[in-house]
Design a protein around this ligand. Structure first.
Ligand SMILES: [Zn+2]
Ligand SMILES: [Zn+2]
Length: 334
């Protein structure tokens, strides 16, 4: 289904036509709960993987404070969705019975049921996104690839590029080169539940984004700030015009709320660009103007279909080097 971003509350190019030169296209993914196949783009869904290629693993150190059995995370969410559904249909819930059901579910999915689990062995990654170029325009190197796969290790890593976050791995593919397919990729035994995406179909939509004010020429940034103050909303530019919230690829990225923006440089010296944005939800009270037209009036029903949480509701962004897909992409949280 097509999901469409409403026109922005402000026509920013009228007062600032020079902003057009700084614009970039981003693709909002608009994930919604679903049952995607391996030949479809998805978040958290099955991926097209060659049977003879090892499944990626993580051998970094993990911090285990918030880990849960992986099986339990999705089973619990399924149970909670079912419970909500029953309640909406008028069922009067016996909360003691529900509490026992949840307790039983936890017992059934305890990591104790994996006697072979070796916490020191490399841990399998999970699929975060599978993006076919036919669905997501603008992905890099379309002459060589037609599929981008984004995976991560769904645990906290104290010693990585962006500490206390999941760690990404990418695969750029040509689908015609995948002959025999891997059917049952390994799954982690334990994970941080906050990093497990619900299985979602995507509804990609191209939108226009503009840079952080801090990345614009000083005089333009100053005039935008003055303009925003006149709108009686200091965040009019950032929240309502410059950056689409939610899961997306490319574009300018997001509002840096924790640290000031800085150029993300590759080891080769090139500036890396936003590739994939993993947020903590699709929109919130400040970014409600981005709620799709087709879902107007649904409140917060579709504000967080993926149920990934980064830090205290932050955004994790993966960058790529335009010089080569073999240069390690960097991450930043804001
Ligand atoms: Zn890991
Ligand atoms: Zn590079």
């Amino acid at each position: 289904m097509a999901l469409t971003t409403p026109p922005r509350p402000y026509d920013i190019l009228a007062p600032f036509p020079e902003l057009a030169a700084h614009s970039r296209s981003a693709v909002r993914l608009h994930p919604r709960l679903g049952n995607p196949g391996v030949d479809e783009s998805s978040l958290g869904g099955p991926v097209l993987w060659p049977a003879d290629e090892p499944w990626p693993t993580c051998d970094l150190e993990h911090e285990d404070c918030s880990d849960e059995p992986f099986d339990y995370v999705r089973a619990e969410r399924e149970y909670l969705r079912d419970r909500d559904r029953r309640q909406e249909q008028g069922e009067k819930l016996d909360w003691e019975v529900e509490r026992q059901r949840l307790h039983q579910l936890r017992l059934e999915h305890s990591s104790d049921y994996h006697p072979d689990y070796d916490e020191d062995a490399p841990q399998p990654l999970i699929s975060v996104a599978q993006l076919y170029y036919r669905d997501v325009p603008g992905l890099p190197w379309p002459d060589r690839y037609d599929l981008l796969q984004v995976l991560w290790c769904p645990r906290d890593h104290p010693d990585c590029d962006t500490p206390w976050n999941p760690v990404f791995q990418l695969r750029w593919r040509r689908t015609e080169e995948v002959a025999e397919r891997l059917n049952d990729p390994p799954l982690p035994v334990v994970c941080s539940g906050e990093y497990v995406p619900n299985v979602c179909v995507v509804n990609p939509e191209v939108v226009t984004e503009y840079p952080n004010a801090a990345d614009l020429p000083d005089s333009l940034a100053k005039r935008i700030k003055e303009w925003a103050e006149k709108q009686n909303l200091s965040s009019a530019y950032n929240w309502n015009v410059a950056f689409a919230p939610g899961w997306k690829v490319m574009g300018h990225g997001g509002i840096w709320g924790i640290i000031d923006p800085y150029p993300i440089l590759c080891d080769c010296g090139a500036e890396q660009l936003p590739l994939f944005t993993a947020p903590s939800g699709e929109f919130d009270g400040g970014t409600g103007s981005w709620q799709p037209i087709e879902e107007a009036g649904t409140g917060y029903s579709y504000s967080d279909p993926v149920e990934v949480t980064i830090g205290r509701g932050y955004t994790l962004q993966l960058y790529y080097c335009p010089e080569s897909e073999n240069h390690t992409g960097r991450t930043e949280m804001f």
